[in-house]
Design a protein. Structure first.
Length: 325
């Protein structure tokens, strides 16, 4: 199975103005009644019950729902690719941010609207678009929410919606125990993070942002302002911008990482003097080629990282509506 995302040229050729207008019209002029849900059943029994309630509300709103479940990594991407040639009004990614990332890559080059049902640990995209938490509110958003083109990033050929990272966070993602994550949720990040504080090699990275050079101990390329749930990493980052906010963590070592984590939890990360945030559309991060890269909380290859912002790269069904702000 070829997991390569289309090139920027291919995307621009495929996404015509007519497709984009039709996708937006689907959120403005009519209800989305033909709904495909791509569901990750690994989310657990509680999530299955939540899914059942949401599907019931979709039916009450007149939607005809098709559910296709994933069995292994890559299934969500394949199912999304196949859906682009079928007669659905919207594709819904039901799972965590990793499942959403796969679906986003499967929809590359298509104007098919994407909606989300958050069933994961962090659910960062759901927080970013202010998705309601009730089953009724989520169903209403799927069927009636505005569909708007948003920017995405492409990192080493893979698309991401919220962020790409190099350094401590990528190391943590790469070494996180999947079983522990399913059992403990967010607590697993705390436990594994304590281990990573000791084992992380604390390398330095060479960073280039739109031809400007920097050095950093860790890097987060932010396409949205939330990180790891509802923590704020880059307050000025926005899905509606045509550029990234690149967070450069200048100090290394366990004490620095703990200090950054505490500042992020308090919403003060961007105020630290040893955190620099720069804006740009093209980012390159270089370092040891064994170092992992994470995109939307999933491992996406190794260094070097080359990330590019693509304006209007995804049609997203959202609860907030900046188009009518």
């Amino acid at each position: 199975m070829d997991l390569r995302a289309p090139s920027l040229t291919e995307m621009s050729n495929i996404r015509t103005s007519d497709e984009r207008r039709d996708a937006i019209a689907g959120g403005e002029g009519r209800l989305r009644k033909r709904v495909l849900i791509i569901c990750n059943p690994a989310a657990g029994s509680a999530s299955a019950k939540r899914m059942g309630r949401i599907i019931k509300h979709l039916a009450l709103l007149g939607a005809m729902t098709t559910v296709r479940r994933t069995a292994r990594p890559g299934d969500a991407e394949r199912l999304a690719q196949e859906a682009c040639g079928e007669r659905f009004d919207v594709v819904v990614a039901a799972g965590g941010d990793g499942t959403i990332n796969e679906v986003v890559n499967g929809l590359a080059g298509s104007a098919m609207p994407l909606a989300v049902i958050p069933l994961g640990t962090a659910n960062v995209l759901a927080a970013e678009i202010r998705l309601p938490t009730t089953a009724h509110g989520i169903a209403e958003t799927v069927v009636r929410g505005p569909a708007r083109p948003v920017s995405v990033g492409i990192a080493n050929g893979r698309r991401f919606v919220m962020m790409a990272g190099v350094g401590f966070d990528a190391y943590l993602v790469a070494h996180l125990n999947p079983w522990l994550k399913r059992q403990l949720g967010k607590l697993s990040f705390v436990l594994e993070g304590a281990v990573a504080l000791v084992r992380f090699p604390y390398h330095r990275y060479r960073v280039t942002v739109d031809n400007r050079s920097y050095e950093a101990a860790s890097v987060v390329v932010a396409n949205g302002h939330y990180y790891g749930g509802r923590f704020t990493c880059a307050p000025d980052a926005s899905l509606d911008a045509d550029s990234f906010e690149v967070c450069l963590f200048l100090r290394s070592g366990p004490l620095a990482v703990m200090r950054y984590g505490l500042a992020m939890a308090m919403g003060r990360l961007h105020r630290l003097k040893d955190v620099r945030i720069v804006r740009g559309r093209c980012v390159r991060v270089e370092g040891a080629t064994t170092e992992p890269v994470q995109c939307d909380g999933e491992v996406a290859g190794h260094l070097p990282l080359v990330a590019t912002a693509v304006s209007g790269g995804l049609t997203l069904v959202r609860a907030d509506d900046p188009g009518h702000a």
